[in-house]
Design a protein around this ligand. Structure first.
Ligand SMILES: Nc1ncnc2c1ncn2[C@@H]1O[C@H](COP(=O)(O)OP(=O)(O)OP(=O)(O)O)[C@@H](O)[C@H]1O
Length: 236
């Protein structure tokens, strides 16, 4: 379980996360959604322990983020950082040597599914295919928490839907929790259990996707748009 208690995160004078309290339960696929600049990436970096809160507390399974806790988290960044002279297979072997939870058999199985050639050098891949490699390296870890910043951006629409479905196929939700940010809501919402809406660094709402669909009779995108309009109306 991940818990935020009255968390603030400032970048110099800019407050990116404000008075943020939330509990994220285990065993779900959770989508963090909101407009550009609403604080989604900052939230993920705080969970991954790449940033420290300016104020407030964050705990993962009841413990403050530390080196041991960080090892429980597989994090897919929105940045490109792989060594360009490695082939995909060399990168897989490198990850296998660095992370005790890296499942090389799962990675081998995923390579075909993601339509990647393991002999290709990272530096020779297109941006979309580098995105697939990031997805491969992250999902192949048997980490209890998989945190992904925009994992599907840049993927071509013809394969995006099947790669999104692969998330369910390759993640074991009896032992793993997935938290991801996305702007591709129409395609991603079918795999989400929960949605968390951010606006200007604040938590606007959190709901189960089933509740949004069954009780409000809305898609997640419609729900988010509705919340944004309500917020605007209340402020006017
Ligand atoms: N390194 C940084 N230094 C200063 N300000 C930052 C930094 N990173 C993010 N910010 C600011 O913090 C706020 C939240 O940014 P963040 O990247 O978390 O939003 P986001 O919801 O992920 O946006 P997007 O959808 O565009 O990726 C924005 O106002 C942004 O300009």
């Amino acid at each position: 379980m991940i818990k935020f208690d009255a968390v603030y995160k400032k970048y110099f004078l800019n407050v990116a996360i404000k008075d943020f309290s939330i509990t994220l339960e285990k065993g779900n696929i959770i989508g963090i959604i909101g407009e550009n600049g609403s604080g989604k990436s900052t939230l993920l970096r705080l969970i991954a322990g790449l940033l420290n809160p300016s104020k407030g507390n964050i705990t993962v399974d009841g413990e403050h983020v530390s080196r041991e806790i960080r090892e429980k988290i597989a994090y897919l960044t929105d940045q490109d950082y792989y060594f360009p002279y490695f082939t995909i297979r060399e990168l897989m072997n490198y990850y296998h040597s660095q992370f005790s939870d890296f499942n090389i058999t799962k990675a081998e199985n995923m390579i075909d599914f993601l339509q990647l050639d393991p002999g290709t050098k990272i530096g020779h891949l297109s941006k979309g295919n580098r995105g697939r490699v990031k997805f491969l390296m992250t999902i192949s870890r048997n980490a209890p928490y998989i945190i992904m910043d925009e994992p599907f951006s840049g993927l071509d629409p013809m394969v995006r839907a099947s790669i999104i479905k692969g998330l369910i196929q390759f993640v074991d939700l009896s032992r793993q929790t997935v938290i991801l940010t996305t702007h591709e809501l129409k395609e991603v919402e079918s795999v989400l259990d929960e949605a968390v809406v951010l606006k200007a660094g604040r938590l606007l709402a959190k709901s189960s996707v089933e509740q949004i669909r069954e009780e409000l009779n809305m898609s997640v995108l419609e729900w988010m748009e509705h919340l944004y309009q309500e917020e605007k109306r209340l402020k006017a």
